[in-house]
Design a protein around this ligand. Sequence first.
Ligand SMILES: Cc1cc2nc3c(=O)[nH]c(=O)nc-3n(C[C@H](O)[C@H](O)[C@H](O)COP(=O)(O)O)c2cc1C
Length: 176
Amino acid sequence: MRVLVTTASKHGSTRQIGEVIADQLQQHGHQLLCRDVEEVGDADIVQAGAIVLGTAVYGARLLSAGSAFASRLAHEFGGLVWLFGVGLKNVTVDPLRVTTTQPAEMGYRAGRYPVFGGVVETATLSAAERALIGAVGAHGKDLRDLELVQAWAALVAVQVSAAERAQGSRSTLPVV
Ligand SMILES: Cc1cc2nc3c(=O)[nH]c(=O)nc-3n(C[C@H](O)[C@H](O)[C@H](O)COP(=O)(O)O)c2cc1C
């Protein structure tokens, strides 16, 4: 199945996690398109059989580009959607137990979809971001676990394959 993996990222770690997910889906035989939410065209959505959307968390909210894209999907896409967040708080302990949600449910609601651990590279932050992250006490934290991300992506890949098989068997049913 053709899968669009798209991310809203400010400093790159959500994009990196999206790339790991895309790579894993590709290894499972799916056709992949991986790009930032700002670069996704209408045709990319129309051609996708499934979409994985990831968004970084800032100030206890999802990046607005990610939330806006989720709203766009709610109106423009009827297929399967997997969501994930990336942050340093409320990181999901066992993301393998958290399954698909639909775009209308998007919002920073830990537990509805997995929040993977991200990273703060202090050197890349603006002065305002440094002050904010200092208040959160997350200077220099790196909670990324790319093996766990791969395991989650493998689960998604299997679910996408199952959806593809179900579609195929529906379309080959004899007409009576
Ligand atoms: C200014 C600032 C505010 C942040 N606020 C939150 C927050 O409220 N909750 C959280 O879980 N993580 C927070 N984080 C951590 C980011 O979600 C984490 O660094 C993530 O990996 C960033 O993703 P990105 O590299 O794709 O932009 C914050 C980071 C920064 C720099």
